[in-house]
Design a protein around this ligand. Structure first.
Ligand SMILES: Cc1ncc(COP(=O)(O)O)c(C=O)c1O
Length: 377
């Protein structure tokens, strides 16, 4: 089976993990955690990076520190991996699910503008949804598949309506918008290093922010809110959300290879786009203007996509469907789905993801193409 997207551990992973074991620094503090934070801050061009146990934890802390409260509304694209939607619920808030753009498959900023202009109002510098009188506290632009949301438009709307931006850059580490790295635009940006991401620590995440005070607060909350160096005095409810040194060691080794990984992903995408372009119903994701994408997970529309998915999986090519839109999941079906034409439903029905690990060989990528063509033949 040619796998969909698996880790590529060809660098210093063994060496750095062994160093942790040899020196007994395996737990929640250590030099690799510090190094991983420094490397991430530098790469993403932010002043603070706080390593977390996973990307969901990074989102959770970011929403807490963005001031989201019980009963608030938080804006999210209808197509995303489920984690940010879950985190909205952890806060006792609900989502406003904005449909996606039909070409880029990112949160549709024109639709967002319409929602804010027509259905919301500003009162005492806070944004309220007119019909429900609930505060719209935050927006989570998720950079889906490594492409990016139109950040200029999104930031302009968020500023006009006093809505905090928590940028879920999990899938877009290494992508840029107008040359600026994903994750560095919002009040917070978040990353994940789970097994299928462009770099992995097995499990892990990162909070990014340019706000010094919030950066310190994030570190405090992720380390059980311990307020004294010696005494076990905790000044608020805290969380055990830190990345451990042994995983950060993997992360440091992965960061050393990130630029090469991005190049490889881009090359795989260019290859598939070229080879598959004449197939029935084929439509690749259109890159948002001004974006240089990391091409994290190759996904495209095809005619009879669900049949093709089954055919490829039965023929040694691991293939996966796109995420079920949030409005169709039991936990979010009562949240407000703001759409005109249910684009997310159309994209979901017609998309699938193809193998694109950074260590896929050219022969394997060729084999994927041969099998897709065989299906249509
Ligand atoms: C967009 C997005 N946000 C958040 C997450 C959650 O990250 P984690 O699995 O590290 O909790 C993922 C993937 O796992 C994701 O794709």
């Amino acid at each position: 089976m040619i796998p969909l997207s698996v880790p590529n551990l060809a660098g210093n992973e063994w060496k750095y993990v062994k160093d942790c074991l040899d020196t007994n620094w395996v737990s929640s503090v250590g030099s690799y955690v510090n190094r991983m934070e420094e490397l991430s801050a530098t790469f993403c061009k932010v002043s603070n990076a706080i390593a977390t146990s996973n990307g969901t934890a990074a989102l959770h802390i970011s929403l807490i520190l963005s001031g989201v409260e019980k009963g608030d509304l938080v804006i999210l694209p209808d197509i995303t991996f489920v984690a940010p939607a879950n985190v909205i619920k952890y806060m006792g808030a609900d989502a406003v699910l904005i449909d996606i753009d039909k070409d880029t498959w990112q949160l549709d900023t024109a639709l967002l503008a319409r929602f804010l202009h027509e259905e919301c109002l500003l009162q005492d510098n806070k944004c309220y949804h007119k019909q429900t009188k609930r505060r719209v506290a935050a927006v989570i632009p998720v950079h889906v598949l490594g492409n990016m949301v139109n950040m200029e438009k999104l930031l302009e709307l968020a500023a006009a309506y006093h809505i905090n931006v928590v940028e879920d850059a999990t899938e877009a580490l290494g992508s840029t918008y107008k040359g600026q790295p994903a994750g560095s635009f919002g009040l917070f940006g978040t990353l994940s290093y789970n097994g299928n991401k462009i770099i992995t620590t097995g499990g892990g995440g990162m909070i990014l922010t340019n706000d010094e005070i919030l950066g310190k607060r994030a570190k405090h909350l992720t380390t059980q809110a311990k307020a004294d160096n010696m005494e076990y005095y905790h000044d608020e409810v805290g969380y055990n959300y830190r990345l451990v040194n042994i995983l950060a060691a993997m992360g440091v080794a992965q960061m050393e290879q990130l630029e090469g990984f991005v190049k490889r992903k881009q090359a795989i995408t260019a290859f598939y786009n070229q080879e598959l372009r004449t197939l029935p119903g084929f439509m690749p994701q259109v890159v948002t203007e001004h974006v240089a994408p990391n091409c994290w997970l190759y996904t495209a529309m095809f005619e009879r996509a669900k049949e093709l998915l089954n055919f490829l999986n039965a023929n040694g090519v691991q293939t996966r469907p796109f995420w079920v839109p949030m409005n169709r999941l039991p936990a979010f079906k009562n949240d407000y789905y703001y759409n005109v034409a249910d684009v997310s439903g159309v994209v979901y029905n017609n998309c699938l993801s193809l193998p694109c690990s950074t260590n896929i060989t050219d022969a394997e990528a060729e084999q994927v193409v041969v099998n897709v063509k065989k299906f249509y033949a």
